[in-house]
Design a protein around this ligand. Sequence first.
Ligand code: FES
Length: 274
Amino acid sequence: MSSEFKELIRKGDELLNRLDALPDSEAKSLAFGLLKALDAIHRRSLGRLIEELKQREGVAMIKQLAEDESVAALLEMYDLLPLDEKARAEKALETVLEYIHSHDGRLEVLGVEDGMVSLRLSGSCLTCPGSALTLNLMVESALREHMPGFKGMHIEDPSGQRTTIMARAQQAKWIPIAAADSVAPGTMRAFEVAGASVLLCNLGGKFYAYANACPGTDRPLHAGQLVQAIIFCPWHNCRFDVRTGARLMGMAGSGDLKALPISLEDGQIKLSVS
Ligand code: FES
C-alpha cells in the first residue's frame, strides 16, 4: 500500500478517535449517526453495483479494478472484494504480520471451513507470552472485522498440536500508545494507557509490554534498567526476563510480570484494552 494512501487511512482513524473522545455526547451521537447513515448508503449502492457486475460476468473486471489499491480498499471495507475465503483470511491478517515478523514468527493460513480459520504459527514467538496474547486478540480482531461469518480459529504449532479458540462476544479495542522509534533498543519506558501504567520494552527491535508494577509490591519498574534481556527492578533488585516476564530472582513466590497484548502496525505500537 502506498504511503500516501496509508496516510489517508491513518488520518481517517485519527479523526474517528478524536470524535470518539469528544465530551459532548449529543454531538458525538449525531456525528456517528451521520457516519452510519453514509456507510449504509455506500454499502447498499456499492453492493448493488458489484452484484450487477457479477451477474454480467464481470468478476474479472472487478478483480482488474481492484488492482488499484484505493478501489480494493473500498471494496474490502464493504466485504465486496471477490476473494476466496482463504485469500480473504490472508488479506485480513496482513495487519498482524508486522508484529509477528518482528518477533521472528511466521503465521500461515491453512484453510477456512465453516467459519473456522486454520492457522499455523511457528518461530520464536511461540514462547513469547506477548505474542500469544496478540494472537488471541489481534488475529481474532482482524478476522472478525474482515471475514463475515468468522466463528473462531484452530492454531497449529510446528509439532502439529492444535488449539481451538472461538470468537469472543466483543471486539477487542486497540489503542495506539507510541511510535516504535520512540523507545530505543535496549531501553524501556512507561506510558499511561486507559488509566493504567504500561511498561514498554525494546529488546533489539522486539517489543514487549507489561503492567508497570513489580509483582509483590506493585512499585513501578520503569526507573529500573534493561540489561541485555533482563529487567532490573530499581527498588530491591528483583530481576525478570523481558522476553517472557518470568521472575529470575528476588521476592520468591511473588510471581512474574503481567504480559499485555500489543501489536505493531505501520510503526505504531498498539495495546489492547479490552
Ligand atoms: S519492588 Fe521490585 S524488587 Fe522490590
